[in-house]
Design a protein around this ligand. Structure first.
Ligand code: NAP
Ligand code: G4F
Length: 355
């Protein structure tokens, strides 16, 4: 799939600042790289070795290594390999480090909990410790998550809502959150946590529920697929647009004092509502029939378009996430620009176009 740039070139004159991004090949890494390039940064991205090429989200930003004035550089490294992180930080000496790399799929984390803990939890301290040992004065951003709230008793969730992780992924993110705060308090490092609620885009991984739905809608509309199989239709999420959320990451590293911020839209919707809006976009309004595992989403001609498959249920589910980003609004001047209906439309349109 080809990415439509959100912050297109030409890049402005260099601003003399250098940023390092782990997870640059992911959804957020690609938008953040674009944003930083559009602000004049020299951007370095950590890429892990894979048997197939994983750079499709940043291919439109690629500059060959022989281009002398190139602004985007990729280096091999891995959050599971402290020596690679040490070497990269020592040679790049960035001003800002964005730690976005992760095994970021909650359901998969139940299947590979130890690996998830290594990459998501220990990976963060590997970066922080390498920065400390090198005496780097770089500012550090940790990609914390609303999954930390998991089974929280209050909604909306704010920076003071107690954490209640409900998956190996969330437990690992809790370690990363607290170690980031600890390095700030213990060593005076500029280390900030962005507690980001779900954010989506046409670049979202295909196994996250929003993209799975919009891709299926496009395929069903084109006659390439019959039915979409989903898990819990009633889970509710506060879904925003990734392009807005990377702006918040950058803003967090431009403050006078490091702090932790919730980033969210303040609206919550169910998976079911996401489906309804996405199918309606291609003139296939859904009617729900049946209960539980037998529930079906029927199209206007009675065809079964959505079914429930228990394989997509999680051993422990997060039923409701809803964020209150008042602190970010007041202190960072951050506001989301894209609301739920516009997000669904953007994603369906992109998947229709990509077919
Ligand atoms: P994503 O699309 O899954 O991207 C994850 C990135 O991490 C990819 O570049 C991946 O590389 C890289 N990665 C995986 N394992 C690694 C390892 N061992 N060493 C180095 N890099 C590794 O995730 P995203 O949606 O962009 O999210 C970015 C970050 O924000 C993640 O930490 C995620 O947990 C967190 N977060 C996301 C959301 C959200 O709604 N999107 C909300 C809150 C927090 P490959 O391309 O090689 O797989
Ligand atoms: O799209 P999801 O897989 O995202 P989830 O679990 O909320 O995690 C995402 O957001 C977190 C921030 O809160 C990030 F930290 C994390 O890295 C990731 O980006 O699932 C959303 C909801 C869940 O309740 C899930 O049970 O959708 C429900 N769902 C229903 N059917 C499904 C499906 N999820 C997936 N992936 N696939 C389904 O078929």
């Amino acid at each position: 799939m080809k990415c439509e740039p959100l912050f297109p070139p030409p890049w402005p004159q260099p601003n003399g600042r250098r940023a390092l991004i782990t997870g640059i090949t992911g959804q957020d890494g690609s938008y953040l790289a674009e944003l930083l390039l559009s602000k004049g940064y020299e951007v370095w991205g950590v890429v892990r070795r894979s048997s197939s090429i994983t750079t499709w989200r940043i291919d439109h930003l690629y500059e060959p290594p022989w281009q002398e004035d190139r602004r985007l550089n990729l280096v091999y490294g891995d959050l599971n390999d402290a020596s690679s992180l040490n070497r990269i930080l020592k040679t790049v000496r960035p001003d800002e480090v964005y730690n976005l790399g992760a095994q970021s799929h909650v359901k998969v984390s139940f299947e590979i909990p130890e690996y998830t803990a290594e990459v998501v939890g220990v990976g963060a301290v590997r970066v922080l410790e390498a920065m400390r040992e090198l005496g780097l004065e770089a500012r550090f951003y940790q990609a914390s998550s609303s999954e930390l709230y998991g089974g929280a008793r209050e909604a909306p969730q704010t920076e003071t809502t107690p954490f209640y992780p409900r998956s190996p992924y969330a437990a690992a993110k809790a370690y990363a959150f607290f170690i980031t705060r600890n390095y700030r308090e213990a060593y005076g490092m500029f280390a900030a946590n962005g507690i980001l609620f779900n954010h989506e885009s046409p670049r979202r991984g295909e196994t996250f529920v929003t993209r799975k739905i919009t891709q299926a809608v496009a395929r069903i509309h084109a006659g390439h697929q019959d039915t979409l199989f989903l898990g819990n239709l009633d889970a509710k999420r506060d879904w925003g647009f990734a392009g807005d959320y990377v702006q918040a990451m950058w803003l967090m590293l431009q403050t006078d004092e490091p702090d932790d911020f919730v980033i969210a839209t303040g609206e919550t919707h169910s998976v079911r509502e996401f489906c309804e809006l996405a199918f309606a976009r291609v003139k296939l309004p859904l009617t729900w029939r049946g209960q539980g595992l037998d529930e079906q989403g029927l199209g206007p001609d009675g065809r079964c378009l959505v079914r429930v498959d228990p394989r997509y249920f999680r051993p422990s589910e997060v039923e409701l996430l809803l964020g209150d980003a008042s602190k970010a609004r007041t202190r960072l001047g951050w506001e989301p620009t894209t609301r739920f209906a516009a997000l669904v439309e953007m994603m369906v349109e992109a998947d229709l176009k990509a077919l």
